[in-house]
Design a protein around this ligand. Sequence first.
Ligand SMILES: [Ca+2]
Ligand SMILES: [Ca+2]
Length: 318
Amino acid sequence: MLEYLRSQKEEFLSNFRQNKRPYYLLIVFFTAAIAGTLIIIFQVWAIQVFTPPNFHLEKKSADFGIDPATGSPSKATSGKKSNKSSTDTANGTSGSSTPSSSCNSAIKGTSTSSTPIDEIENSLALVVTDAEGNYSNPGSEQPPGGVYPFPAIDFQQIYMGTRDGRIYIKFTLFGTIPCQQETSEGNRIMSVTSNLGIDNDGDTGDGDGWLGSEDHLQLNFKYEDNGDIWAAPWYRANYLGGGGEGDFETTGNGLLHTGNGGLGENRFIISYAANGLPNSFTPGKNLNFNFWSEAGSNLYSHFSYSHNKWIPWTVLGI
Ligand SMILES: [Ca+2]
Ligand SMILES: [Ca+2]
């Protein structure tokens, strides 16, 4: 009997080795394949569910060329929009203002005024008409192949005038000022900046760091990664010599008039109290303006840039 069992065992092992082994290996292979497929399906599902919505928006804009200034606004921006667009309507914004000015409600800070100034805008005097596409390389902090075009910094015309102790300056542009942070050439545009250097002593060759400018006016739009947008219309006045950017006697803030242009439009108006710029904006005084603009990105502080020559203007009360 013992001998019989031993022979049965040998026969079984022999059959397994010769015939059954491939069958069991096939079962193991298919089981592993099914498990691997289930793991991949789970990973795809997890990416779809847990990826933040902004990632999809940004990628969509970059891949398909959707203009964020006119396309679907981001979650953060659209949420802030609804409050103040109704305020603009209540203030009677009309005529030269367009519905897109509601983008301005996303601006943080207090350097804005939404009260329309249509009559002042229409009274301003044309100071200069500038060329389209006149970008230039500043010589530092620019992309290796040179600056990229960015029409929102491309000045078209500048208008000015003083009234009731304030200087008003209007810029028109060849592009629309972004309503939210844009992506261009793989760069996130972090700032859009306009500058005016003012020569008020008739010598455009004096001054070290500012090439003849005694005053400097700037409007800076800042687009943060979290969707926040800031506008800073400010100035520094009475250059002291010495060559540094801080070598001015005074600094102060101005106003961005969001009832007449701004985000989502191709124009903006800024104003400053003339007594903050005591040697410049007296009606009848002859000034020279040196104006430049720039767009900064997460990669290059001079992603785009344009610099222009001196323009003369006699201060006009309106
Ligand atoms: Ca231009
Ligand atoms: Ca000067």
